[in-house]
Each structure stands twice: as structure tokens, then as C-alpha cells.
Design a protein around this ligand. Structure first.
Ligand code: COA
Length: 263
């Protein structure tokens, strides 16, 4: 969770359903939403990963609950939505951060490996949006999807994730158009390389880290706080006319794509 940064209580009275666990980017976003006044349901497969994050939010005076659900399973998602509305009375904000990732060359990737990541990232995002629709419609709520920039170029070893995130972008834009009439805003954030995340430590080999950093025009990796700030902005009334946007938060990294700064 970040140090206090946001306008006090900018999300006061809101209830957020955040998938993806209590650590890393989604953990940071959940904490920032709570700091901004929202009650937060933290949702992922394993309760033991969520409870400490929910407890940390409560210890700082926020409201949080932990709910176990695999986003691939629509029945589990529906139950998690019901548990959240029962506890907090409504849902008016959904953050889809649940994701799966590993590095694998396309020629070695199994059909099940490809499908597993697409199921978590893309079908999981659909499942949560679909299950939350009635609540979002009733409350003129918002959806924030966590995407990526991998699919803007061809990123080696990431075919499965790139395909899934391209789908998440399509879903973001389509739902923005279809559900805008209900006052539901649907946006996404596409983070670049964010330090101090599981993805960064597990997926980016040490030997390429420095080269990667040098190719970021701003000269540093992103921080979880950078994503938190973008998330609070997009979820707040300051973004009340922003719908269907995919906000890239990467220090200009994908635009440079190794073509500058001596990469
Ligand atoms: N390389 C190649 N294939 C892999 C793999 C790897 N490193 N890891 C998993 N797979 C394949 C498996 O072999 C399996 O396919 P198969 O049946 O053809 O062998 C398929 O993916 C499903 O794997 P499984 O472990 O059963 O899936 P799971 O649902 O338990 O786990 C994953 C989901 C695969 C995404 C797992 O990496 C995971 O849970 N990761 C933690 C969360 C995460 O990645 N967060 C994102 C941080 S950026």
C-alpha cells in the first residue's frame, strides 16, 4: 500500500471488487482504493493469500474482506459477487487484475498452457464483468481492467499472454460501447515493467533487466504506486467522461521498443 497521496476520500461510499490477490499491482490498487475511501473485496483463488492484505487494509482504518474464487469458474465468481453485496450492500467498481503468466516459446506451448492463460486473463475478466453487470448497472459503476503492452509488438515467449491481453483490450472497448448507455464506464490500464512485482522477479531474467531499464525513456522501472495513481484517477469522477480508454503506464517503454538509448 502506498503512502497517502490521493485526494482524501475521493472514492468514499464506493464498493470495489478487485480480482488478482493481495500482493503486487492488484494488491497495491486494492490498498489505494481503500485509502481513497472505498470498501474493498479482495478476490482470488486462495484465501490465505488474501487475508493478510485485507487485514492490513483494516489495520489502516479501511474496510476490506477476502473472498476465494477462481475467475475461470462463473459459479464461483457469482458467489463471490453475492458475498460482497451481502457484506457491503452493493458493488460499483470492478478491477480485473487476476492473471496467469509464464515464459514459454510458442513452439513448446501446449494447447492447455495457452488455454489456461486465456481462461484466467480473458474469460476470467468476462466472467467477472458479466456476473457484476446487474450491480454495475444499478449503481452506474465502473470497470477497470489490467491489461499489458506485450501485444503492441511481438513479445517473445509471451504469445499466450499477449493473445489474452489483446482480448482484454477488445473486451474493454466493446463493453465501453455496449454498457455506456447504463452509465457504466469501462477502461483499462496497460502497465509496463513494474518493479517489486512477482511478474518482474519471476519473468524478467536478471541479465536482461538492465537492458530493459535503459530502453525505458524515463530511465526507470515503473512502481506499483504509478499504477495505483492511474487507477484512482480512472475510477474517480475526475475521469467521468473517459470510457473505453486503455491508459498505458510504462514510461514510454513500448514506443521505444529497443530502438533508442543504445538498447
Ligand atoms: N511453461 C510451459 N507450460 C506451462 C508452464 C510453463 N512454465 N506452466 C504451466 N504450463 C502449462 C502446463 O504444462 C499445463 O499444460 P499441459 O496440461 O499441456 O501440461 C497448463 O499450462 C496448465 O498448467 P497448470 O499448472 O495446471 O495451471 P494452473 O491453473 O494450476 O496455474 C498458471 C495457472 C499456469 C498461470 C500458473 O503459472 C500460475 O498459477 N501462476 C501464478 C499466477 C501468475 O502467474 N500471476 C501472474 C504474475 S505476472
Amino acid at each position: 500500500m502506498s503512502d497517502k497521496f490521493f485526494v482524501d476520500n475521493v472514492l468514499s461510499g464506493r464498493v470495489a471488487f478487485v480480482t488478482g490477490g493481495g500482493t503486487g499491482i492488484t494488491g497495491g490498487v486494492a490498498g489505494a482504493l481503500a485509502e481513497s475511501g472505498a470498501a474493498v473485496a479482495l478476490v482470488s483463488r486462495k484465501l490465505e493469500h488474501l487475508e493478510p492484505a485485507a487485514e492490513a487494509i483494516r489495520a489502516r482504518g479501511g474496510e476490506a474482506m477476502a473472498v476465494a474464487a477462481d475467475v475461470r469458474n462463473i459459479e464461483e465468481v457469482e458467489k463471490a459477487i453475492a458475498a460482497t453485496t451481502e457484506r457491503f450492500g452493493k458493488i460499483d467498481l470492478v478491477v480485473n487484475g487476476a492473471a496467469g503468466n509464464f515464459l514459454c516459446p510458442a513452439e513448446e506451448l501446449s494447447s492447455n498452457g495457452f488455454g489456461t492463460v486465456v481462461d484466467i486473463d480473458l474469460k476470467g475478466t468476462f466472467n467477472v464483468c458479466r456476473a457484476a453487470f446487474n450491480e454495475l448497472k444499478r449503481n452506474r459503476g465502473q470497470i477497470l481492467n489490467i491489461s499489458a503492452t506485450l501485444h503492441y509488438v511481438g513479445t517473445p515467449l509471451q504469445l499466450h499472454v499477449s493473445a489474452a491481453k489483446a482480448g482484454v483490450d477488445a473486451l474493454t472497448r466493446h463493453l465501453a460501447v455496449e454498457w455506456g448507455r447504463y452509465g457504466i464506464r469501462v477502461n483499462a490500464i496497460a502497465p509496463g515493467p513494474i518493479e517489486d512485482t512477482e511478474g518482474m522477479s519471476r519473468l524478467v531474467p536478471l541479465e536482461v533487466k538492465e537492458k530493459l531499464r535503459r530502453n525505458i525513456p524515463l530511465g526507470r522501472f515503473g512502481r506499483i504506486k504509478d499504477i495505483e495513481q492511474a487507477a484512482i484517477f480512472l475510477c474517480s469522477d475526475a475521469a467521468s467522461f473517459i470510457n473505453g480508454a486503455i491508459l498505458v503506464v510504462d514510461g514510454g517503454q513500448w514506443l521505444s521498443s529497443g530502438r533508442m538509448l543504445g538498447g
